[in-house]
Ligand binder design. Structure first.
Ligand code: FO1
Length: 314
């Protein structure tokens, strides 16, 4: 099963990390590259916070908090509570005491002139992550959400502070036109035998990756399977605002609309057994269980997806 194939996965945070750990259990680490959304990143309390990179890194390192799906298991928030009680700082974004070590070290490396790619390499190696973990860009490309109630919000203000309740009007990727792909992302994609798009939110997690200058052109130039996994199961998102955003953008939450989002990029689609068939003759698709509740589910989805893709060329 795909043991000799180079696999590149494009992904966001919690949903993407579930597929990532499934893949990491069956594919040799040197064959796996994860290209992670950094549109959610922000400077906060003087620190560079990269939630999706950290979620994937902690998940692969076996350190992630199993209840939240992000942050470190067994963490506390003494520093944050002290910041609030001593100095009255607003602590709407929960930064755990242990988690702070990652943000401090990353921020230190960035301030010393290291790129985010290099800082991420050092952090992930230190935590024993053998697969390559790459930010989508070394440039800051913050996702901005235009809302009905509050006008434009920074991503984490929208997602965490307002718990993704404001009605979304549009999304922009600030500075994407001046951005570039890290050479490591270019090189990994150029050598890829298979590209997977994880079941992350297409609008919030994948659109930022596709917005990096050169990414769409690079993907469309590849002559390999590029396969997306549905984040919509039975008309709803497993977690998070995918279905809500689709409705606010005037779209029904169907797998067909997810596949449509990736038009021109994907040549395969993993649909869920609970969904209606895609009904498209121009796109290969398979229906399997995509709900990843247990470690077995994550491994099974990764395995079924790779076996299916390999059967295309068999
Ligand atoms: N998500 C929350 O819902 N509330 C938080 O306070 C929060 C803090 C946080 C700190 C570090 C980190 O790496 C992630 C954190 N997340 C939090 C998750 C994260 O902001 C979102 O899940 C993603 O950005 C969306 O993929």
């Amino acid at each position: 099963m795909a043991l000799d194939k180079n696999i590149v996965v494009l992904l966001g945070g919690v949903g993407g990390a579930k597929l990532a750990i499934g893949l990491a259990q069956i594919v040799p680490a040197q064959r796996l590259t994860f290209v992670v959304n950094t549109g959610d990143d922000f400077w906060h309390l003087g620190l560079r916070i990269c939630p999706d990179l950290d979620t994937v890194m902690y998940t692969l390192a076996g350190l992630v908090d199993p209840d939240w799906g992000w942050g470190l298991k067994g963490d506390s928030v003494v520093a944050l509570e002290t910041l609030n009680s001593f100095y009255g700082v607003d602590t709407w974004f929960r930064l755990g005491d242990k988690d702070l070590a990652t943000h401090l070290q990353r921020s230190r490396l960035l301030r010393c002139g290291r790129s985010l790619t290099e800082a991420t390499r050092r952090l992930s190696k230190s935590l024993g992550v053998d697969a390559a973990l790459l930010p989508m860009s070394d440039d800051e490309i913050p996702t901005k959400i235009e809302t009905v109630e509050f006008g434009e919000l920074g991503f984490q203000e929208y997602f965490v502070k307002h718990r993704w309740q404001p009605v979304l009007k549009s999304i922009r990727h600030a500075g994407c036109e001046r951005s570039s792909l890290p050479s490591q992302v270019r090189s990994a994609l150029s050598k890829a035998d298979i590209v997977l798009i994880a079941p992350s939110n297409p609008w919030l997690s994948l659109a930022p990756i596709l917005a990096v200058n050169g990414m769409r052109d690079l993907l469309t130039s590849l002559d390999v399977p590029i396969v997306a996994v549905t984040p919509i199961i039975g008309g709803a998102a497993v977690k998070g605002p995918t279905a809500k955003i689709m409705s606010e953008l005037g779209q029904e939450a169907t797998p067909a609309n997810i596949a449509k989002f990736y038009t021109g990029i994907i040549n395969g689609f993993v649909n869920d057994i609970q969904n209606e068939p895609l009904g498209r003759s121009d796109l290969r698709s398979i229906q399997v269980n995509t709900l990843m509740k247990t470690e077995g589910d994550k491994r099974s989805l990764a395995g079924a997806t790779l076996d299916w893709i390999e059967s295309w060329v068999a």
